[in-house]
Design a protein around this ligand. Structure first.
Ligand code: ASC
Length: 129
């Protein structure tokens, strides 16, 4: 997988960039879900589609020999577990995008909560500082 990148640093920058863009759009949904921003169903649906698209990308940036950044070395030692987390996130973001399309704030809140739970579970296991 790292062969897709010219240098390990590029893989690290790629995964961090995908996660950053995903986080920006996920946070906008979070602000609506938590009542810190007015609920705009159209914007939430657009944000959620971007989150679901971005959620597909970071994993290619965690190939062999790309240890570094905030990623814990455990990622490369527990690859099945890491993949479970990344698969779970992708499944949750597909549900988030569907929830956002209903235009119902309570539905969106529930999907936001379970998606955030999958972000957190992986961060707790595999993100250092
Ligand atoms: C976010 C974000 C995360 C998750 C995580 C959930 O909005 O950027 O990484 O939610 O904080 O606990």
């Amino acid at each position: 997988a790292s062969a897709q990148f010219a240098k390990p640093k590029d893989a690290i920058k790629y995964r961090q960039s995908a996660l950053f863009v995903m986080g920006q759009h996920f946070s906008r949904i979070g602000a609506m879900a938590n009542g810190k921003a007015p609920f705009d169903a159209k914007a939430a649906a657009e944000d959620a589609d971007i989150v679901a698209d971005m959620a597909k990308l970071p994993w290619a940036g965690f190939g062999a020999g790309t240890e570094g950044g905030k990623a814990k070395p455990e990622i490369w030692k527990e690859q099945a577990k890491f993949k479970e987390h990344s698969d779970k996130l992708q499944a949750e973001t597909v549900k988030l995008a569907a929830a956002a399309k209903t235009g119902n704030l309570d539905t969106l809140k529930a999907a936001f909560g379970s998606t955030a739970g999958s972000c957190k579970a992986c961060h707790d296991a595999f993100r250092g500082r």
